[in-house]
Design a protein around this ligand. Structure first.
Ligand code: PGA
Length: 644
């Protein structure tokens, strides 16, 4: 998969920023210490072709990511009085692995002939260590006159004139040549060839290569399709037998777009493996049950003890609760909230029933059903809310985000990069993942100090508590880790990729919860879906919940039998709380409480009984308690709205 930046972007600063974002997306593919590498053997080779002035920077920023760098062009002279020219040895010495020749823009705008192209290829091959992407393709007029075969056949033969098999294959058995078939009528026009059109043209290319070098070699030369490739079109193109990759122009100029194209290519490639086709997922639909209009609903948790659901609206500084019968209500906390956790009664010393990961500190509070005495919270000061302890990373560039309590009663909390979507440090991975001990209040980092990310999400545990799921949302990949139960400083280990979000879905994985069978239910923010990744078949989705709004943010199991999925959403089109009854046999586990070792919990096995009365309570009116004064804090932190 190759990205052709053409004459973009305008400055080295913009180029660096794009390169850093790419590096941060792709570094996740290349963790040599993890089993994930095995899964990524299908990962396509990735090459970027920046303009000459950015090459050196590209090589240095992309080092260690596995992404290769190529030059978009090269001159026809080796050295001497050729003002303005660039030689193969120059680009090779910068660390380029590839050089592109024969792009249609060079042929048409700069009058490059097949003879010039042939000279450049010979020079590049003689240089040693440089591989070639040779672009070919017909114009619209040629296509309409059915000249595709003869044009492409001739272009390849002339470009490769007097180049032997031995030059095409390198000494290590690899191939020095990639052909990019790019119909000129599809380049930069938004008109992508249909997969069948691309396949037919690629067969012409393959046959020409066979004529020149025989079947064995022709079969090893990769043929890329180019021309308006997007994340939406890549999977279908790659499903064609002779489409081995893509040369991407416009869509390679954003890290997200290009990453989605590479991901789309790899999932399409893995589809070529001989394996039984999975059954289509079962479809469910969630309905709105509380129209709470949350700007950013998050962190739903069900308390078996309270028989109530709690959730937050992060930037509105609200915690909500609903017992499924009475009117839901909310309280304001005067601090942006990342997530909440239930507090175990055994060790909370009267500190309330909720732990709140506030923007500036962990808080404890009592949040009960309306009508109960809210003042039975007996913290030292008798206040309804107090600081439990400082939060990790006491800096304004991050804040607490997703989190869940482990089976030992400790809170695992991930951070959010406040500047992720704006400003010069947009691409910085500066967040860590932590574990808060309820007794000692100590905070342990769970990732090695050099492993940072942007937006924590999907944090949840397997039923036995030994596996932690995690996603850095912008990468659209969900990982499983071995979770260290002991508090001896052991870190998360054995990273496995369990799901890559398909390129045709917009948005990214957000909050998640695991069911009693270990299935991972993930809110896909932006796509209006919650999906279950099958526990024993990583990568396979077997349930899909549809929502009528775009951005579900998280989900959890609740209700008397823990067999309903509650889904928080965000504005502007969403914001309500949604609910869907699970198919027979699927249910959740009791939510572990911060401060009590709850094991994997026992699932109530009583028959499903859903009182008539509850079904009538679809839209509840909201009762708002009076705002609570925020507790003492250190410093101030930027507010955020555009947050997953
Ligand atoms: P495009 O360019 O993807 O913007 O159409 C492809 C290319 O010219 O290589």
């Amino acid at each position: 998969m190759a990205g052709n930046w053409k004459l973009n972007p305008s400055t080295v600063q913009e180029a660096s920023s794009l390169l850093k974002l790419l590096a941060s997306n792709f570094i996740h593919h290349r963790d040599n210490n993890s089993a994930e590498v095995v899964q990524h053997q299908l990962q396509p080779e990735v090459i970027v072709f920046p303009p000459f002035p950015f090459i050196e920077r590209a090589v240095s920023i992309l080092e260690g990511t596995g992404i290769k760098v190529g030059a978009q062009n090269v001159g026809t002279a080796v050295k001497g009085a050729f003002t303005g020219e660039v030689s193969t040895s120059m680009i090779r010495s910068l660390g380029c692995d590839y050089v592109m020749v024969g792009h249609s823009e060079r042929r048409t705008i700069f009058d490059e002939t097949d003879e010039i192209i042939n000279t450049k290829i010979k020079l590049a091959l003689e240089e040693g260590g440089l591989k070639i992407v040779l672009c070919v393709g017909e114009s619209l007029e040629e296509y309409e006159n059915e000249l595709l075969s003869s044009v492409v056949n001739l272009q390849i033969k002339k470009a490769l004139k007097d180049i032997s098999k031995d030059q095409i294959m390198n000494s290590g058995g690899g191939c020095n040549l990639i052909i990019a078939y790019e119909p000129i009528w599809a380049i930069g026009t938004g008109k992508v060839a249909t997969p069948v059109q691309a396949q037919m043209a690629h067969v012409v290319v393959r046959k020409t290569l066979e004529e020149l070098y025989g079947w064995d070699i022709a079969n090893q030369i990769q043929i890329q399709y180019g021309g308006s490739v997007t994340p939406d079109s890549i999977a279908d193109l790659m499903s064609m037998a002779d489409v081995d990759g893509a040369l991407v122009g416009g869509a390679s100029l954003t890290a997200d777009g290009f990453t989605r194209i590479v991901d789309g290519a790899s999932s399409a490639a893995s589809g070529l493996l001989p394996r039984l086709p999975p059954l289509p997922p079962k479809e469910l639909t969630a309905l709105e049950v509380v129209s709470c209009k949350n700007v950013l609903g998050e962190s739903p948790i069900w308390s078996v003890k309270d028989q109530a659901l709690y959730w937050i609206s992060a930037p509105e500084e609200e915690v909500w609760t609903w017992n499924l019968i009475d009117a839901p209500y909310r309280r304001l906390f005067g601090t942006t909230i990342g997530c909440i956790a239930l507090r175990g009664s055994s060790s909370n010393n009267g500190g309330g029933n909720l732990l709140i990961a506030g923007e500036r500190a962990f808080l404890e509070t009592r949040m009960t059903q309306r009508g109960e005495n809210m003042n039975d919270f007996s913290s030292a000061s008798g206040e309804q809310v107090s600081v439990f302890c400082d939060r990790p990373e006491q800096t304004e560039t991050t804040r607490p985000n997703d989190g869940r309590v482990d089976r030992e009663g400790r809170l695992v909390i991930g951070m959010y990069n406040n500047y992720h979507r704006s400003g010069s440090s947009e691409g910085e991975n500066n967040c860590g993942l932590y574990r808060l001990d309820p007794i000692t209040k100590s905070i342990q980092s769970l990732f090695p100090s050099n492993y940072k990310y942007r937006v924590s999400n999907c944090i949840s545990f397997s039923p036995d508590g030994r596996t932690l799921y995690f996603c850095d949302t912008p990468t659209r990949k969900v990982y499983a880790f071995d979770y260290p139960e002991s508090a001896d400083g052991t870190l998360l280990s054995n990273r496995r990729l369990i799901w890559t979000m398909p390129s045709n879905l917009p948005g990214g994985p957000d909050g998640a919860q695991v069911d009693a069978d270990g299935g991972l239910w993930m809110a896909i923010s932006g796509a209006g879906l919650v999906v279950r990744v099958h526990p024993s078949l990583p990568g396979i989705v077997d349930y899909v919940v549809h929502l009528p709004v775009k951005s579900p943010t998280s989900c959890t199991f609740g209700g008397i039998d823990l067999d309903e999925l509650f889904i928080t959403t965000r504005g502007p089109d969403g914001g309500g709380l949604y609910r869907v009854k699970m198919p027979f046999g699927i249910r959740g586990l009791p939510e572990p409480e911060f401060g009590s070792s709850s094991g994997s919990g026992t699932v109530p096995m009583s028959p499903v009984s859903y009182p008539q009365q509850q079904q009538q309570q679809q839209q509840q009116s909201v009762v708002q308690e009076k705002p609570i004064a925020p507790p003492p804090v250190y410093g101030s932190a930027p507010s955020y709205l555009d947050t997953l």
